[in-house]
Design a protein around this ligand. Structure first.
Ligand code: GCB
Length: 601
C-alpha cells in the first residue's frame, strides 16, 4: 500500500499508461447526416493542474482502492462546477482566462441501444490532448487541437454512463503548434460531442469529387466498417437531382470505387454555389441497413503556368485571413459568428478566405459551400516546429489527414496549406516536403500551398519547398515590420516564379489614435491605411500574383502582445475585434477588389 502511494507521488511516467491507443484519421467515421445523440450541454469541470485524475486514477471512481486505502475525496465529479460544452474554459471565469494545463470534464448520460451495431463517440475538437474514459475504462488519446476524432464505445456502454475527458492545452516544444504562436490557444472541449449509432456493417467513409470536368465525371470512393459480416448486400450511390443511381463495386477489404457520368451537372463556383444532395445506401435483404447523406458542389481547381483555374477559367483570389475567434465565444464560434465574418468578407468584395492557422470548425466550409466562398485550410505548422522529431511529423501528418478527411467533400475548399512562415532549414524542408506529398497523395483534386517567408538576403520569392507546392504563398510586411518598400519592389520585380503566387499576408497595426492624417502616428489606423494603399498599388503591376489575403479581417486576442498599445490583441484587423467598426484600410481593400473584379469581367 505504501508502495502504491509512493508510486502516485513519485511516478513521473504515469502518462505512459495513457499513451495508446492513439485516436487518429484511421479511427474516424463520417457522421454523414445520421442521427446522433448529442452530449453537448452542461458538464462538470475542474482544473487539474497536477494531473491528479490520471495519477490517482480518479476515473475508476473507487472510494477504496485495491489496497484497501480510502482515496481522496475530491473526485466527486457531480459536485463540481458546471461548464458549457462546446465552450472554452478561458471565458467561463476570469481566473481561467490564462490557464493552460490539464483539466477534467465529466458528465453522466443514459443510453438505450435499440440496434445491434457499433456506437462511436465523436468529438469535434478538444484542445490539445484529450484522454477519454468511459465507465472507468481508458479508451484512447487524441492529439492535435483542431480536428475531429472518434472512438468506439460499443463494448463499454451501459444504461447509465460516466464519461470523463482529461483535456490538456499545455504548450510543448514537440507539438504542432509549438510553444510560440501569435494567437490565443484556448482550452477545452470547444466543439460538439455526440454518440453515433451505426449497424453491424456501416458506412465509414464516402468521398465524392468531380474527376473530369469536360466529361462531367464524378468519382466516388467508399469504405465500409464491420465488413466481415456483410453478406449478399450492395452499396448504392445516388444524386436524385441528376438521376444518378449506381451500385458501387466493393473489394474484399470493404472499399469501393466508382465513376459516374452526370450529364446535367451545373458546376459550383462563387457565382453559382450549386449543391446537390448525394447519398449512399447500404442495402441487404432488400432493406436499407445504413445511409449517409451530404450536400456537395462539383468543380475543378488546377493551375496552368502562373494561373489558378477554377472550372478551367482563371480566377484571382480576392481574400482575407481569418482566425477562429470572437470576443464572446473564443474559439467556440457559432454559425452566426461565421455568417457575420462572411458578411464582412463579402462587403469587402472577397471571394476567398484564408483560414489561419489551423483547421476551423467544419461549419465554415459547409457555410462557404452555400455562400460561394473559396477557402484555404491550414494546419498549425507555424514558425518553429521540432522538425527533426519523427513523432512531431506523425502528429502533423495526422492533423493534415484528419482535416482533409473531414472536408474532402467541400467544394469551397481549394487549397490545403501545410504551414506558415517556417525557417528554410534542411529539417524543415524534409518535414514539410513529406506533408506536401501526403496532401497530394490523399487528395489529388486540390492544390497544395504553404505561406512561405521571403528570402530576405537575396530579396527574392524563393523557398526550397516551392517545388512541392502548387501555389506559392508568400507573407510580407513591408511598410510595417520593415519600412522599406524599395525591398518589396525588388522582390516583386526580381522574382521569376514558375507558379502562381498568393500574397498570403501583408498589413500593419491599426489602433485608434488621434493624430494627423497621412499615417504619421506609428501603428495608427491612418498609417495602416497608407500601408494598404502602397501595397495594393505595387501588387497591381505584378502578373504572377494570383491572389491576396491581408492580415487580418478582425483584431484578435494574443497573449504574445500584452503591452501598452496592443493590450493582449493583434490589432492588424481591418475591422475591430467586436466586429462593429471597419478601419479606414478596409475601404482600400474593398476598392482594390472591386477593381480586380471589374478587370476580370
Ligand atoms: C505573421 C504571422 C501571423 C502574425 C502576423 C503579425 O507573419 O503569420 O500569424 O500574427 O505575422 O501580426 O505579425
Amino acid at each position: 500500500t505504501i508502495k502504491n502511494f509512493v508510486d502516485n507521488i513519485h511516478n513521473e511516467s504515469y502518462k505512459d499508461s495513457y499513451a495508446s491507443p492513439c485516436l487518429g484519421t484511421n479511427s474516424y467515421v463520417i457522421p454523414g447526416g445520421r442521427p446522433a445523440q448529442s452530449l453537448d450541454g452542461d458538464w462538470n469541470f475542474s482544473v487539474d493542474m497536477y494531473d491528479n485524475c490520471l495519477r490517482a486514477k480518479w476515473f475508476l471512481e473507487q472510494e477504496v482502492n485495491s489496497e484497501g486505502l480510502r482515496v481522496p475525496l475530491d473526485y466527486g465529479f457531480d459536485d463540481w462546477e458546471e461548464i458549457q460544452v462546446p465552450g472554452v474554459w478561458n471565458l467561463a471565469k476570469p481566473e481561467y482566462f490564462y490557464y493552460e494545463g490539464p483539466v477534467v470534464y465529466s458528465r453522466r448520460f443514459s443510453f438505450k441501444d435499440s440496434t445491434k451495431g457499433h456506437v462511436f463517440l465523436r468529438f469535434g475538437a478538444v484542445s490539445y490532448e484529450a484522454r477519454i474514459f468511459l465507465n472507468g475504462t481508458f479508451l484512447g488519446v487524441h492529439k492535435g487541437g483542431s480536428t475531429p476524432f472518434c472512438v468506439e464505445v460499443t463494448e463499454d456502454l451501459k444504461e447509465d454512463n460516466r464519461l470523463i475527458v482529461v483535456a490538456d492545452n499545455t504548450r510543448r516544444q514537440d507539438q504542432i503548434p509549438s510553444e510560440n504562436t501569435d494567437w490565443f490557444l484556448y482550452g477545452g472541449i470547444y466543439r460538439s460531442v455526440s454518440l453515433l449509432c451505426v449497424p453491424q456493417t456501416y458506412i465509414k467513409d464516402m468521398k465524392v469529387s468531380l474527376s473530369d470536368r469536360k466529361k462531367k465525371e464524378i468519382s466516388v470512393s467508399v469504405a465500409l466498417g464491420g465488413f466481415e459480416d456483410f453478406k449478399d448486400g450492395e452499396v448504392v450511390f445516388s444524386i436524385p437531382e441528376l438521376k444518378v443511381v449506381e451500385v458501387v463495386p466493393l473489394g474484399a477489404d470493404g472499399r469501393g470505387q466508382l465513376t459516374v457520368k452526370a450529364g446535367e451537372l451545373s458546376l459550383w463556383s462563387p457565382e453559382n454555389p450549386k449543391l446537390y444532395e448525394v447519398s449512399l445506401h447500404l442495402r441487404s435483404n432488400n432493406k436499407t441497413q445504413d445511409q449517409v447523406k451530404d450536400r456537395v458542389g462539383f468543380r475543378t481547381v488546377e493551375t496552368r503556368g502562373r494561373e489558378i483555374l477554377l472550372n478551367g477559367e482563371p480566377v484571382f483570389l480576392r481574400g482575407v485571413c481569418l482566425h477562429e475567434e470572437t470576443e464572446d465565444h473564443g474559439k467556440a464560434v457559432t454559425k452566426e459568428d461565421i455568417r457575420q465574418a462572411f458578411d464582412w468578407a463579402k462587403k469587402m468584395n472577397c471571394n476567398f478566405l484564408r483560414l489561419a492557422h489551423y483547421p476551423h470548425t467544419e461549419w465554415v466550409s459547409e457555410l462557404a459551400d452555400e455562400a460561394g466562398l473559396l477557402l484555404w485550410e491550414e494546419i498549425p505548422v507555424y514558425w518553429w516546429i521540432d522538425f527533426a522529431n519523427s513523432r512531431t511529423l506523425e502528429d502533423g501528418k495526422n492533423q493534415l489527414t484528419e482535416m482533409m478527411n473531414r472536408d474532402y467533400n467541400r467544394a469551397s475548399v481549394i487549397i490545403w496549406s501545410v504551414g506558415n512562415e517556417n525557417p528554410d532549414t534542411d529539417e524543415r524542408y524534409h518535414f514539410m516536403k513529406e506533408l506536401a506529398e501526403t496532401a497530394k497523395e490523399f487528395d489529388s483534386s486540390r492544390l497544395v500551398s504553404a505561406a512561405c517567408l521571403v528570402d530576405a538576403v537575396n530579396l527574392r520569392i524563393s523557398d526550397r519547398l516551392e517545388k512541392h507546392l502548387d501555389i506559392i504563398g508568400f507573407n510580407e510586411y513591408y511598410g510595417w515590420y520593415d519600412p522599406d518598400y524599395g525591398k518589396l519592389a525588388d522582390i516583386l520585380d526580381g522574382s521569376k516564379p514558375e507558379k502562381p503566387v498568393v500574397i498570403s499576408e501583408f498589413g500593419g497595426d491599426g489602433y485608434l489614435a488621434s493624430g494627423p492624417e497621412g499615417g504619421k502616428v506609428r501603428g495608427s489606423e491612418e498609417e495602416q491605411k497608407e500601408i494598404y494603399k502602397k501595397q495594393v498599388e505595387m501588387f497591381g503591376k505584378i502578373d504572377y500574383i494570383q491572389g491576396t489575403a491581408p492580415w487580418i479581417l478582425f483584431d484578435y486576442r494574443t497573449p504574445k502582445r500584452l503591452g501598452t498599445y496592443q493590450k493582449g490583441y493583434n490589432i492588424k484587423g481591418l475591422v475591430t475585434a467586436d466586429r462593429m467598426r471597419e478601419k479606414p484600410a478596409f475601404l482600400i481593400m474593398k476598392e482594390y477588389y472591386e477593381e480586380v473584379r471589374k478587370r476580370e469581367q
